[in-house]
Design a protein around this ligand. Structure first.
Ligand code: FE2
Ligand code: FE2
Length: 121
């Protein structure tokens, strides 16, 4: 049984993701940060995906595909410039920030509404 209060995890985890993305632009660059982001994003995606599967969410396939694109793009971007120039740090941080903002306000919001609706049944 899902309670409305359970959805706090989603907001909290999004805040942590935004904070990690913000730290990518910090100088001196923390070489662990993209890995931390990758691990935390994975932890978050897996949880959302578990909810989708458990609730038979009708848009699960597209949402999981969006997560997969983020997984792939983050990996590709890390490999593209392992030395992390400051310009690249800023570019990566901006790109991920925009991606996450659109994702959170778009399909994550739809998922949240669906989870809340399922919880009130
Ligand atoms: Fe999310
Ligand atoms: Fe998501």
């Amino acid at each position: 049984m899902i309670k409305t209060s359970d959805l706090i995890w989603q907001d909290t985890q999004h805040q942590v993701l935004f904070q990690l993305i913000d730290r990518i632009r910090e100088v001196p660059y923390d070489h662990e940060i993209t890995n931390k982001l990758k691990l935390y994003a994975e932890h978050h995606f897996v949880l959302e995906e578990a909810y989708m599967i458990q609730l038979n969410y009708p848009h699960a396939a597209a949402h999981i595909q969006a997560h997969d694109r983020f997984r792939d793009e983050l990996t590709a971007m890390i490999q593209a410039d392992p030395d992390m120039s400051q310009a690249f740090q800023e570019m990566l941080s901006d790109f991920l920030y925009e991606w996450l903002k659109l994702h959170v306000l778009g399909i994550d919001k739809k998922l949240e509404d669906f989870i809340l609706k399922s919880a009130s049944k």
